[in-house]
Design a protein around this ligand. Structure first.
Ligand code: BGC
Length: 496
């Protein structure tokens, strides 16, 4: 247990119990990350292709003629992307459940779906089974990604909210890395290695399942559902101090406003809801248009494309996975110190340089079937690492943090659902389109992402307010009503 910290009139200590709650809930990120990391490696395994996508396998054998196009197949892409479509739709149901029944049961449901999905995908015999399994996993992701970041932001003391929320992203990156390692080993087991890869998704699901039983409900969710005294005792428990009156007052005020709202999605369409809605949705859209998942899902495929052998390409994605995990730690350290905006802006510069450099190398050196020589292929890996590194301390974690902390309580779950579903929609679009885009745009795909990075830098510069050290239930007063652009939208705000 740490000493008492004070921010304004809010007091808190970090207790062992609350740390356990953070870590267990963040296992939702493990589930999501495992899935992101596993698909690319599995779709690069011959045994998997022979069983479910024989046409792609045949094409791969004949593929010498065009590196960029050998994996372009809509069904193969559907395997990766069906999960995100299911997650997109289910995040709205998850938002309802989150506000009516609470964050904790929503996390429980997420783990149950994910467990079923991972077992079915390991046992799949036909293509429809594997797609159905992806849909079950997707529902798990939709529920988990809705409830976990909200849970973390609500339960964290204000001065550590960024760091605590980023545990979710840290676990995503650990999930991706773990999946890369599993793929590396499983690709050597014939002919069922892919079953192991897919089935091991049950591990993170099991962690979250246990977690969902142990964790506590958030005070805001309890008070919102008329369980005031329980809300107060929970707040005392998670803050580790007796004097929580000031913070509890904030929560109660936010809940009063929330209770008056009968239809949160309608309220979300009001002018005064636009600032956090636009920011929340755009953070997610931009996050995906950095091009990160083109790299995450298809890293093994991408590295094969630039001329690595199967094994070397999986190994390279293990390296990017490690960079991803360690750079997220930088964000945990920095987010509540240097703030959100600086991290995002610095990363835009680094990501822009790496994407354009990768594009230029591929454009000049990789024409048609020729592969890169060893030195240049190594340089591409280094540039990919620089890109992943900057994403990992900025748009990765903050894409989840900022939408989870900027909505007022009355529209928090519905607003966040819009952010989550935007993430899923654009993850889906990239997963579905990337291999075809690579086939048609070739190296220009990297310039395409670089152009988006310029747009997102400008967006942060002019439109994104700093939310470091602002209590979650004081965003309207302290952030939106003060911002030079967004304050004009706040006239019809009638919350307390
Ligand atoms: C994103 C994922 C991405 C991952 C990479 C997450 O924040 O939502 O789409 O694959 O970061 O670490």
């Amino acid at each position: 247990m740490t000493k008492i910290e004070k921010v304004g009139s809010f007091e808190s200590k970090i207790t062992v119990y609350v740390v356990v709650c953070w870590v267990l809930a963040a296992c939702g990120g493990l589930m999501f990350g495992y899935d992101i990391g596993i698909s690319g490696g599995v779709t690069a395994m011959d045994d998997f292709l022979i069983k479910f996508f024989p046409a792609v396998y045949q094409r791969k054998l004949r593929a010498k003629e065009d590196n960029y196009c050998k994996y372009d197949n809509q069904y193969l892409q559907l395997f990766t992307s069906s999960l995100y479509l299911a997650a997109l739709i289910s995040s709205f149901a998850a938002s309802k459940m989150c506000s009516k029944l609470g964050r904790k049961p929503t996390i429980f449901v997420a783990s149950a779906f994910f467990l079923c999905g991972s077992l079915l995908s390991a046992a799949a015999q036909r293509i429809w089974m594997i797609i159905l399994a992806r849909v079950l996993l997707g529902v798990g992701v939709g529920f988990g990604n809705e409830a976990v970041p909200l849970f973390l932001s609500e339960i964290a003391p204000v001065q550590h909210r960024g760091a605590v929320n980023i545990l979710f992203q840290l676990f995503i990156t650990i999930g991706i890395l773990f999946a890369n390692l599993v793929n590396y080993g499983a690709s050597k087991i014939h002919p069922w290695g892919w079953r192991l890869s897919l089935g091991l998704a049950s591990l993170p699901a099991a962690f979250l399942f246990v977690g969902s039983v142990v964790i506590i409900e958030t005070p805001a969710s309890l008070v919102e559902r008329n369980q005031e005294s329980q809300g107060l005792s929970t707040l005392k428990k998670i803050r580790g101090v007796e004097d929580v009156d000031a913070e509890f007052e904030h929560i109660k005020m936010a809940c009063e406003a929330a209770r008056e709202v009968k239809d949160p999605f309608k309220t979300l369409m009001k002018r005064s809801s636009m600032p956090p809605l636009i920011i929340g949705v755009m953070m997610q859209v931009f996050q995906q248009f950095t091009g990160i998942n083109a790299i995450m899902f298809y890293a093994p495929v991408l590295f094969q494309t630039v001329g690595f052998k199967n094994d070397a390409s999986l190994l390279s994605s293990v390296i990017t996975g490690l960079v991803n995990v360690f750079s997220t730690l930088v964000s945990i350290y920095g987010v509540d110190r240097v703030g959100r905006r600086k991290l995002l802006l610095q990363a835009c510069v680094q990501m822009f340089i790496s994407q354009t450099a990768i594009g230029a190398i591929l454009l000049v050196h990789l024409k048609g079937s020729n592969s890169l020589d060893e030195g240049l292929a190594g340089l591409v890996v280094v540039l990919v690492c620089l890109f992943v590194m900057s994403f990992a301390w900025s748009w990765g974690p903050l894409g989840w943090l900022i939408p989870s902390e900027t909505f007022p309580l009355e529209i928090r779950t519905s607003g966040f659902a819009c952010a989550v579903s935007s993430n899923m929609l654009f993850t889906f679009i990239i997963a579905q389109a990337f291999l075809s885009m690579m086939c048609h745009m070739r190296a220009f795909i990297f310039f395409f992402f670089a152009a988006w990075i310029v747009a997102m830098g400008l967006f942060v510069l002019f439109l994104l307010p700093e939310t470091k050290n602002v209590p979650i239930d004081a965003m309207v007063e302290r952030v939106w009503k003060q911002h030079p652009v967004w304050k004009r939208f706040m006239d019809d705000y009638d919350g307390k």
